[in-house]
Design a protein around this ligand. Structure first.
Ligand code: URA
Length: 209
């Protein structure tokens, strides 16, 4: 299983808070964004830098480092992915946002795109795909295929909790895509929930449970 499990104490602490029964919408939402922020920090740690000479505070030139032309698009998967968006943008405020939505066809059980608003130059950007839960991997795989069909080559997935089934499914179909997660939980139950998981993350973020 190829996955980058973020072991930072703040990540573990915040995810633990999210797992508690009866957590308020406000707390769940705040924590989803805080974890989105921390996962972004980890998922961008290999971005290249280049030297720049700037005019310093007392008018002497200083050598500093700036990101080397790395352009990012954040790709929240509707609806729950929106719950991590502010946190990710808190770390990369200039990133463009490409929103996708997919539903599951009742007959084929396959994910079908119903909304797709991607930035025009997505083929020149690193895509950070965000969704709190990586369950079966079906929606994620369809999203990754959609982005690759638009020419996107550097894609990273950021999720709060992953099921081993979902990680294996993404690894199998998109071995080039790195997955960053705060936890890999035990398994999917018969209703498709990650166990122990967080419950329905979308409902908890939007207060619709
Ligand atoms: N989506 C959720 O919100 N929770 C799960 O456990 C699985 C999919």
């Amino acid at each position: 299983m190829n996955v980058e499990l973020i072991q930072h104490p703040l990540v573990k602490h915040k995810l633990g808070l999210m797992r508690e029964a009866g957590i308020s919408t406000k707390s769940f939402r705040e924590l989803a964004n805080e974890l989105g922020n921390l996962l972004t920090y980890e998922a961008t740690s290999d971005f290249a830098l280049e030297p720049h000479t700037i005019q310093g505070w007392n008018s002497t030139p200083i050598e500093v480092e700036k990101l080397k032309g790395k352009k990012v698009t954040v790709v929240p998967i509707l609806r729950a992915g929106l719950g991590m968006l502010d946190g990710v943008l808190g770390m990369i405020p200039g990133a463009k946002v490409s929103v996708v939505g997919l539903y599951r066809d009742e007959e084929t059980l396959q994910p079908v795109p119903y909304f797709e608003k991607l930035v025009a130059d997505i083929d020149q950007r690193t895509a950070l795909v965000i969704d709190p839960m990586l369950a079966t991997g079906g929606t994620m795989n369809a999203t990754l295929t959609m982005l690759k069909n638009k020419g996107c080559r550097d894609i990273r997935v950021l999720v709060l909790v992953a099921a081993p089934e979902g990680v294996r499914a993404v690894n199998a179909e998109h071995p080039d895509v790195r997955i960053f997660t705060a936890a890999v939980d035990s398994h999917l139950n018969e209703h498709g929930y990650i166990m122990p998981g967080l419950g329905d993350a979308g409902d908890k973020i939007f207060g619709t449970r």
